[in-house]
Write a protein that binds this ligand. Structure first.
Ligand code: AHR
Length: 507
C-alpha cells in the first residue's frame, strides 16, 4: 500500500458550474459513424426512419445533450444542400478528406430528427474550407428561419415545416492543418471567421459561435494561432475550440496515463491566450472553451492508412474503428476529471466520436452492439458530474513520467449536485501496483453519508469489450471500501489501476 492521498473540500469553495454541454459528443460523416452506425435501415432494430433503436438507447444511456455534426474534416468540402430533399435525388460525391464516397442518404433534417429522438441537440459545423459567408447564411436560413423565404419554405417542402433552431455553430474545423481541405493561415481564417460570424449574427444575434483553435498543442502554430485568430473574432464569438487525441507509443502504462497532464496544459494555455486578447481589446467578456474533439485514437491508424491507399472511394469503409482497452478508459477518465477541474472556463466538450468511429459505442453490421471500455467513465461523469465543480485541496503521492514531472498517482475532481444533496468524488488511481487510501474530508457541509463506490477495474490493462464479448470490462460495486470516520471525514480505498466514482448523499 502506498502513502495516502488527501482530498479536502470546503462548502462554498466552487470552481464553477459544470455545463451539461461538457458531455457532448460528435457524429461525422466518416466510416461507419452515420451509415451502419446510427443509421442502418435494414437492421432488425431499425425504426421507421432507419435509425438503430439499440444505438439510440445507448446514446440515451450516456446522456449526451449536444452532438457536433457533420464533421470534422468532412465538413470542409461538404455542400449541405446535397443532404436535403428527396433521398433518391441526392448526389453521391467524393469526400477527399477520408477518400470515401458520400451518398448523402442522411443529411441535416434526418440528423436533427435523430437528435430529438436521443434527447440531444445538434451543434452544426459550417464549411469554411471550400465555402464561406454565403453558404453559411443559406444554411442558417434553411435550418432556423420559420418560413417565408425561399430556403425556409424549401425546408417545409422537404417535410420539415418547423425550424430546427440550431443554437450552436462551429466556424469551420481544424483550419490550421494542411490536411484540411481549404486550410488557412491564422490571418486568413481569422478574417473569414469574423466575417461569417458577423453576418450570421445579423440574422440571429443570440447564436452561440465557436472559433477554431489549434488542432493540437503539438501544432507549430500553437498558441500564436489562438492569439491571431481571436484578435479578429473576439467580439463576435463565444467559444474557441480545442482538439486533442492521445496515442500509445509508450512501453510503460504509467507514462501513457500521464498524458492528461497535456490536456491540463492545453486548457491553461488557451485560457491565458483568451485573456491576453481580452486585455488587448479592453474587452469585458471571457471567451469560453469548447473542447469539441477529445479522445484516444491510435489502434486503427495503420489499418486505415492502408485501406485509404489500397481501396479508397467506397461508400462503406471501416475507418477509425479503435477497440479500446481498459487502460484507454483510465486515460479517458483522467481527461474527464481535467475538464471538471476547469469548469469555470471549459463550457463545452465533445467526445469524438459517438458510434463506431473512435467511439464509446460499437456495432456489428446487421448484428450486435457493445459499450466500449471508455463508455463507462463518460457515462458516470455525465450522470453524476453535473452541478458545481468544487475546488478541492488535493495532495497525492507523485511519480515522474517520460514526459511530465510530478504526476499525481491519484487524479481527482469533486462535484456537488445541482440541488446540493449529493457530492461525488471522481478519481483515477494511476498506480498500477499499489492501492492508495484517500483521506476525503468535507468541511462545513451538513452531514453526508456514503452511498456507493462504483469502480472500473480489470486484471488486464489490455482487456477490451466487443459485440461478441461485451462484458469483459464493466463497472463493479466496491463493498467496504469507504470508512465513515464521522464529522465529514472518510477514508476511501482506491485499488491499483482503477476508475472510481464515490457518491455521498446528505443524511
Ligand atoms: O474525429 C476524427 C477527425 O479528427 C476529425 O474529422 C478531425 O477534425 C480531427 O482531425
Amino acid at each position: 500500500m502506498r502513502e495516502q492521498a488527501k482530498i479536502t473540500v470546503e462548502n462554498g469553495n466552487v470552481i464553477g458550474t459544470v455545463e451539461k454541454n461538457v458531455f457532448g459528443s460528435f457524429v461525422e460523416h466518416l466510416g461507419r459513424s452515420v451509415y451502419y452506425g446510427i443509421y442502418e435501415p435494414d437492421h432488425p432494430n431499425a425504426d421507421e426512419l432507419g435509425f438503430r433503436k439499440d444505438v439510440a438507447e445507448l446514446v440515451r444511456e450516456l446522456g449526451v445533450p449536444i452532438i457536433r455534426y457533420p464533421g470534422g474534416n468532412f465538413v470542409s468540402s461538404y455542400r449541405w444542400e446535397d443532404g436535403v430533399g428527396p433521398v433518391n435525388e441526392r448526389p453521391a460525391r467524393l469526400d477527399p478528406n477520408w477518400r470515401a464516397i458520400e451518398t448523402n442518404r442522411v443529411g441535416l433534417n434526418e440528423f436533427a430528427t435523430w437528435c430529438k429522438r436521443v434527447g440531444s441537440e445538434p451543434m452544426m459545423a459550417i464549411n469554411l474550407g471550400t465555402r464561406g459567408v454565403e453558404a453559411a447564411l443559406d444554411l442558417l436560413d434553411y435550418c432556423n428561419h420559420p418560413s417565408g423565404t425561399y430556403l425556409s419554405d424549401l425546408r417545409a417542402r422537404h417535410g420539415y415545416p418547423e425550424p430546427h433552431n440550431v443554437r450552436y455553430w462551429c466556424l469551420g474545423n481544424e483550419m490550421d492543418g494542411v490536411w484540411q481541405v481549404g486550410y488557412k493561415t491564422a490571418y486568413e481564417y481569422g478574417r473569414l471567421a469574423e466575417q461569417t460570424a458577423r453576418a450570421m449574427r445579423m440574422i440571429d444575434p443570440d447564436l452561440k459561435l465557436v472559433s477554431c483553435g489549434s488542432s493540437h498543442t503539438f501544432m507549430p502554430s500553437f498558441p500564436d494561432w489562438e492569439a491571431e485568430t481571436l484578435s479578429h473574432t473576439y467580439d463576435v464569438v463565444d467559444y474557441i475550440s480545442l482538439h486533442q487525441y492521445f496515442e500509445n507509443d509508450f512501453d510503460n502504462p504509467a507514462d501513457f496515463l500521464a498524458q492528461s497532464m497535456e490536456t491540463d496544459h492545453f486548457i491553461r494555455t488557451v485560457i491565458a491566450v483568451c485573456d491576453y486578447v481580452k486585455a488587448k481589446k479592453r474587452g469585458k467578456k471571457d471567451i469560453m472553451l469548447s473542447f469539441d474533439e477529445w479522445n484516444l485514437w491510435y489502434h486503427s491508424k495503420e489499418h486505415d492508412a492502408q485501406l485509404q491507399k489500397e481501396e479508397p472511394w467506397q461508400t462503406v469503409m471501416h475507418l477509425l474503428e479503435d477497440v479500446y482497452t481498459f487502460e484507454d478508459a483510465l486515460l479517458a477518465g483522467c481527461m474527464l476529471i481535467t475538464f471538471l477541474k476547469h469548469a469555470d472556463r471549459l463550457k463545452m466538450a465533445c467526445l469524438a466520436q459517438l458510434v463506431n468511429v473512435i467511439a464509446p459505442i460499437m456495432t456489428d453490421i446487421g448484428g450486435g452492439i457493445c459499450r466500449q471500455t471508455t463508455f463507462f467513465p463518460f457515462k458516470h461523469v455525465s450522470c453524476y458530474g453535473r452541478g458545481e465543480s468544487m475546488r478541492a485541496f488535493a495532495v497525492s503521492p507523485k511519480y515522474e513520467s517520460r514526459a511530465y514531472s510530478d504526476v499525481n498517482y491519484v487524479e481527482s475532481a469533486v462535484v456537488q449536485s445541482e440541488d446540493g444533496s449529493e457530492i461525488t468524488l471522481f478519481a483515477v488511481n494511476r498506480d498500477l501496483e499499489n492501492a492508495i487510501p484517500v483521506a476525503f474530508t468535507l468541511r462545513g457541509f451538513d452531514e453526508f453519508r456514503p452511498v456507493e463506490h462504483i469502480a472500473l477495474e480489470c486484471d488486464d490493462l489490455k482487456a477490451v469489450n466487443t459485440p461478441a464479448d461485451p462484458d469483459r470490462v464493466k463497472p463493479c460495486q466496491r463493498i467496504g471500501s469507504i470508512e465513515d470516520l464521522g464529522g465529514g471525514a472518510f477514508t476511501v480505498g482506491l485499488n491499483p489501476a482503477s476508475w472510481n466514482v464515490v457518491r455521498f448523499r446528505k443524511a
